[in-house]
Design a protein around this ligand. Sequence first.
Ligand code: GH3
Ligand code: MG
Ligand code: MG
Ligand code: MG
Ligand code: MG
Length: 330
Amino acid sequence: LVQPVTPTQVFEAISQLLMPTQEKEAKVMAVDDDPTMLQIFTNLLQPWGVQVTCLDDPHQFWDVLKSTQPDLLLLDLELPTFSGIELCQVVRQDPKYGDLPILIVTAHTDRESTQRVFAAGADDMISKPIIGPELVTRVISRIERSRLRQQLNYLHQQQAVIWRQQARIDPLTQIPNRRAFEEYLQQQWQQLSQEQENLCLIFCDVDHFKSYNDLYGHPAGDICLKQIATAIQESINSSDLAARYGGEEFAVILPKTSLDGALRVAQRIQQKIAILQILHEGSKLTNYVTISMGITGKIPPPDQSPDSLIAIADEALYTAKKRGRNTYCL
Ligand code: GH3
Ligand code: MG
Ligand code: MG
Ligand code: MG
Ligand code: MG
């Protein structure tokens, strides 16, 4: 269900991602049939804190790639069985490795070879004979950029998660809003229609709330709504959903609940609000803030929409108002 995320949680999530990556040793996987070349890569990169995994047999390529999870691939263009270009192409076909930096090492720097290298999805070329500082610079800057991009992607994902959550939370009461209510109701309606299970709804409306605002002011009215939202939230269990449906109206979805069960929830809500003793001298009912509730429930028929149930709950709420408020009706 919808849970608000605090800025601290976001910050912690970000630091958790940033810290390990920054401290983690960079890993390069080098594939070359020439052991001397592999030794050169290791000798050049190790002093910079880069761990080099060497492979001279492309047949073990996938196994080693999966077990090492490198930050960058160094592929020899000319290998006995598969060329570096072919390896590069198959790696790029796997979405998991779509962003893995790949550098092709080759003595062929003619235009046609260069075109083939980049067409295969490689990020860069390194020409043989190897110039040490050039190799080191290209490898390390690629890894740094790739890590930065991973971190930015993560931040964007987190931001998207927060926006998605915020779109379903009522800003005043911090409980789910009407959009979240409608989504959950639709989803439960379909599921419980298949499972042939009962679904109950409770519609709540604060009694004489206009006069509460008039007497105590709008800010006090806001505080009152927050307290009521909390009381309702505390009266339900984790598979239920309580939402702010409108101004001073709240709605509760109770999946797999009998009418008896829904009745008990309504009583609990009424008691919790009574215990709050929010003074309301304009209400002739109890001198405190009260609510009226409409309760209904059934096994969702597949040929009906949830609106049919909402209409009945609304009707029951109206009856509760007519009967004098501070009560619930079926
Ligand atoms: P009834 O017992 O028939 O429900 O009477 P009522 O006065 O509660 O109903 P009415 O629909 O006339 O008034 C609802 C009031 O709720 C009017 C509106 O100003 C107030 N309200 C709606 N949203 C908010 C809000 O976010 N904050 C505050 N403070 N008041 C709100
Ligand atoms: Mg070779
Ligand atoms: Mg109302
Ligand atoms: Mg009202
Ligand atoms: Mg009214």
